[in-house]
Ligand binder design. Sequence first.
Ligand code: G
Ligand code: G
Ligand code: MN
Ligand code: NA
Length: 254
Amino acid sequence: LLLENSLRHALDRGEFELHYQPQVATQSGEIVGVEALIRWRHPELGLLSPAKFIPLAEQNGLIVAIGSWVLEEACRQGRAWLDAGLGLQHIAVNLSARQFASGDLLDTVDAALLDSQLPAAMLELEITESTIMQNPQEAAVLLQRLRERGVVLSIDDFGTGHSSLVSLKQYPLDSLKIDRGFVQGLPNDEDDQAITETIIAIARKMRLKVVAEGVETPEQLAYLRDAGCELAQGYLLGRPQPAYVLQSLLQRRE
Ligand code: G
Ligand code: G
Ligand code: MN
Ligand code: NA
């Protein structure tokens, strides 16, 4: 396929870029972190979202090389923002299942941290429940190794991945991200209320940070804040944007 061929060259040609979406404290409104989200600036097709090429990269294995680039670039940017005194607590990066299982994730993370001199505690890695459940034993070891380095570990799309709550106890996690599918129905849908409140309660009991995704309305934000959800992310608070746009947002805040 055409897209697959150009995907092979996209890294060498420098066609990928990271956009950054703010994560905001629901109490203060302050931007405390960002999530890095990859985009492909395709020479003919324009800016492509990850949905258009990440599944393909997962299939053909290119995701491992792309994922390494993402880690390096995010850490480099995080360090630049740290040096600029912008006061971000963390920069979050998504890991795909294949990248997680590749066998060189630890080396890749170590190299990205070493090259950038980003403090490990500023790097947050987002992993889905299904990635963990593909190989629960190996995942436990890998997450432990990452934790030993001081990296922050977060479960993405929490509530959608069929992991038992009990099993989560075995993993050294720092944070849960409430899937935007549950946030969508807030503040009125009673099922979504029950689910989000339960996730917030679990997070609190397990001493995990909790981030609500896909917050699009002031009513959703108010509901989540009142329910005790610390952090929120979504179009209401900021779309994923190029580094320089996010940087000007952060500077305006100073
Ligand atoms: O950015 P967007 O809004 O379209 O993201 C769509 C999906 O692509 C999300 O599920 C997100 O986790 C995933 N994604 C975005 N950036 C990356 C990345 O750098 N690596 C991987 N593996 N997935 C990503
Ligand atoms: O799976 P992950 O959480 O990494 O997905 C992030 C994706 O969600 C990105 O594609 C991002 O653009 C998208 N996203 C971020 N905020 C919102 C939002 O408020 N509403 C919707 N529908 N999508 C969002
Ligand atoms: Mn994510
Ligand atoms: Na998500």
